[in-house]
Write a protein that binds this ligand. Structure first.
Ligand code: ADE
Length: 241
């Protein structure tokens, strides 16, 4: 997969050099390009924002640098002819006004060949940028959740980590992905390791008994109990309290 990121804080993404995603880049599974939006400006101050039309607080990101950045990244890949975009690049703008990011969306996006993330700052990006990007590629506005961040960088980092680890070959043991929170619509069960007793707290005996059926039942019940108490909204109607 190729990932391009447009931001005014390129060093923010230095963290992609480390850990699992850093290794995936070394192995050639993941290719990442980080682009400084200010490199696509032409004035002395490398200006990327201006006052909003209609008034109001804060500044809005200007469309011109965004248009040039998107042209440079998308190149000739997708002609502006309204053709079917299936399988083409997907441009994602993190925004508190977007659809909420989920594990299902991470899995869907992990199958793409090319993702482009555009990190907004200030009061947002001139809306015509989304329309223009939509004429060149599939566009999605995606929110990390119902709260407001100062800009899109943190949200993009979170999305790249969630998507990247689902790309085949990035995680050594793909079985470890199967029993995680959100993969089967429930929160994951609690895990334990040695010692069996620690500071007066014991590992549930069933996990040490070697009865695989009993362990599976205990884990499933623990998942349902945990989901009921912390995230009842995730349960199908029949299991809701
Ligand atoms: N930018 C600002 N707030 C955000 C959020 N909640 N999700 C994604 N991008 C954002």
């Amino acid at each position: 997969m190729r990932i391009d990121i447009v931001t005014i804080f390129p060093t923010f993404f230095d963290a992609l050099d480390i850990s699992l995603l850093g290794r995936a880049r070394e192995d050639g599974i993941l290719e990442v390009g980080v682009h400084d939006l200010r490199d696509f400006t032409h004035d002395r101050h490398r200006t990327v924002d201006d006052k909003p039309y209609g008034g109001g607080a804060g500044m809005v990101m200007k469309p011109e640098p965004w248009g040039e950045a998107l042209d440079a990244i998308l190149g000739e890949q997708v002609p502006d002819d309204g053709a079917d975009r299936e399988g083409g690049p997907i441009v994602i703008f993190p925004s508190p006004a977007g659809e909420v990011f989920t594990q299902a969306m991470a899995r869907e996006l992990s199958a793409a060949d090319h993702l482009v993330f555009g990190c907004g700052r200030y009061e947002g990006i001139d809306h015509r940028v989304f329309d223009y990007a939509g004429s060149r590629a599939s566009v999605r506005l995606v929110s990390l959740g119902d709260y407001v961040l100062n800009g899109g960088e943190v949200a993009v980092m979170a999305m790249i980590e969630a998507i990247g680890r689902l790309i085949p070959g990035v995680i050594g043991n793909p079985e470890s992905l199967v029993e995680e929170s959100h993969e089967d619509g429930l929160l994951e069960y609690p895990s334990y390791t040695k010692p069996a007793s620690w500071r007066g707290l014991d590992v549930p005996p069933v996990l040490m008994g070697g009865n695989h059926g009993a362990i599976a039942t205990w884990r499933r019940d623990a998942q349902i109990e945990r989901t009921k108490s912390v995230r009842p909204d995730l349960l199908p109607p029949a299991q809701s309290p």
